[in-house]
Ligand binder design. Structure first.
Ligand code: BEZ
Length: 219
């Protein structure tokens, strides 16, 4: 009899922009939480490799620092790593003791990697066990709007995370796009025309146009 080897090929799931963010129920430092519990608020779901590590500690301090700015924008923070709730509790207590900063947002204890797998947070080329530094921006209707993936060794930039939130919320409010390096107060981009008539019309609309496809305006 010829024996055939079965090679298991598991394709990791990757969440998709513009689609509903994968739902979950998870143990956190604030008790059991479901993604649906955040409906009506925007959520920044972010993973870190491990508790009690220096880069992650700087990131938690930085997330805690921007938390009030995020609150003003109706954004909640939700951390995640594959450490236990006990480890998370001990770490946030240590951060408060050593740095005088209170971590007020919940942290998922993803021991079985259920959420990490759903969101593709583990990059086997970097680590088979730890989650990379991922950021998922989920809007108030539960739609995944942006993803940022950083490697284990690079701490994230909070200015960019705030800028991203501002850009997405500006897009939603005004139906515009935002250019490279955009900051609130800068000119925005009028979406490109879809018809020749629109192209003609927008040249007369009072926008600042370099050409029919490139028009900006102030808000
Ligand atoms: C850190 O947070 O310091 C860290 C974690 C994993 C790999 C490298 C650095």
């Amino acid at each position: 009899m010829i024996e055939t080897a079965v090679v298991e090929t598991t394709v990791p799931t990757m969440p998709r922009l513009g689609a509903p963010a994968p739902t979950f129920e998870a143990a956190t430092t604030h008790g059991t939480l479901r993604l649906e519990d955040f409906r009506g608020s925007w959520v920044i779901l972010f993973s870190h490799p491990a508790d009690f590590t220096p880069v992650c500690t700087t990131e938690f301090l930085a997330f805690a620092q921007i938390a009030p700015e995020l609150k003003k924008r109706n954004v909640e923070l939700l951390g995640l790593s594959i450490d236990s709730t006990y480890s998370h509790i001990a770490w946030v207590r240590n951060i408060e003791e050593k740095f005088g900063v209170k971590i007020t947002f919940p942290i998922i204890a993803d021991l079985d990697r259920k959420v990490a797998t759903l969101y593709g947070m583990i990059m086997p080329g970097e680590s088979q066990t730890e989650t990379s530094r991922c950021v998922f921006v989920i809007d108030d209707k539960g739609i995944l709007r942006a993803m940022i993936y950083y490697p284990l060794t690079t701490g994230r930039n909070m200015d960019e995370i705030l800028r991203l939130i501002d850009a997405l919320q500006t897009t939603d409010k005004y139906g515009v796009a935002t250019p490279a390096n955009w900051r609130p107060g800068d000119k925005v981009i009028v979406p490109p025309p879809k018809t020749t008539a629109d192209a003609e019309e927008r040249l007369k609309a009072g926008y600042e146009c370099k050409d029919w496809y490139f028009c900006m305006k102030s808000l």
